[in-house]
Design a protein around this ligand. Structure first.
Ligand code: SPV
Ligand code: MG
Length: 302
């Protein structure tokens, strides 16, 4: 018998990362924002620690626990056709935490996890403060533990050497170790305004892993340029959240200032769009279908 089962989310993410061309991922924090990313045509959704924390009104500094982040990621994965790559900070602790994390994320339909080589608690890479790296052996142990625990889950090792000021040589040294530890892909993070650092890394790194970038600060770079440079994926980590904050602020101020919602009504999504994103029509269709079936079944018994 031929196996007609659709490939798992993890397999699809692996194919996306290893295939030709640049994949594009969009940051999200709940099912609604994840569905909007999918609808816009992104290949992957990035379950962003920054966004999930911001949505909870707390700093991106491991204030939220692993189960908090897992719940958000699992909700998004369940709402999507495209794979979800989960930002798992520095793994929420030590090797034991990473093993539990990998099992939990894989069981909930997440396609991949990304773990960064900073210490716990981590601080968002763009916030001034402690960006010290984890000891190399500790992080290599986490990567090996993750890859020996997972069934298919993709494990991305995120390099923070350029963020921490430890430089390119350290980034390259660590890349080699994480590859040997079994990582499926590398994410090289940079916070300068030009893509020079990530370009230099891509050129100097002579391993075999796909390389992912997060072009938040070097935002003039285009997808075409990143593809030409040989990157596997670009993560636009937080742009939907930032546009939502701006839009919500403007709308809310207008309502206070105008004393009516009349003027903003043409500028905001009609309720029909909200219902569509919720799958309301499908739910009602299903409800009618089963209610009719229920009536038929009850008639037979009469
Ligand atoms: C996130 O989206 O939470 C990230 C990317 O980790 S960054 O904010 O650039 O660190
Ligand atoms: Mg993060």
């Amino acid at each position: 018998m031929t196996n007609t089962a659709a490939p798992s989310p993890a397999r699809r993410l692996r194919t996306t990362l290893e295939g030709p061309g640049l994949a594009r991922a969009m940051g999200a924090h709940n099912s609604l924002s994840a569905r909007l990313a999918q609808e816009a045509g992104f290949d992957v959704v990035w379950s962003s620690g920054l966004e999930i924390s911001a949505a909870a009104g707390v700093p991106d500094a491991n204030i939220l626990s692993m189960p908090d982040c897992l719940r958000a990621a699992a909700d998004m994965a369940a709402a999507l056709e495209i794979p979800l790559l989960a930002d798992c900070d520095s793994g929420y602790g030590g090797v034991g935490n990473v093993v539990h994390m990998v099992r939990s994320y894989e069981a909930r339909g997440v396609a991949g996890v990304c773990v960064e080589d900073k210490r716990f608690p981590k601080l968002n890479s763009f916030v001034e403060g402690d960006q010290e790296l984890a000891p190399l052996d500790d992080f290599a142990a986490k990567i090996r533990a993750a890859t020996e625990t997972r069934e298919e889950l993709v494990v991305v090792a995120r390099l923070e050497a350029l963020i921490s000021g430890r430089g390119m040589a350290e980034a390259l040294r660590r890349a080699e170790v994480y590859e040997r530890a079994g990582a499926d892909a590398l994410l090289i993070h940079s916070k300068i305004a030009e893509p020079d650092e990530v370009y230099a890394f891509r050129e100097a790194y002579d391993g075999d892993l796909p390389v992912v970038v997060v072009p938040t600060t070097y935002n003039r770079v285009t997808a075409v340029e990143l593809e030409e440079r040989g990157f596997a994926m670009a993560i636009y980590a937080n742009h939907a959240l930032r546009s939502a904050i701006r839009a919500m602020r403007e709308t809310l101020h207008r309502i206070i200032d105008d004393g009516t919602t009349f003027h903003i009504e043409p500028e905001i999504a009609p309720l029909k769009e909200v219902f569509d994103l919720q799958g309301t029509a499908l739910m009602l269709e299903r409800q009618n279908h089963y209610e009719a079936l229920g009536r038929e079944l009850a008639e037979v018994a009469e």
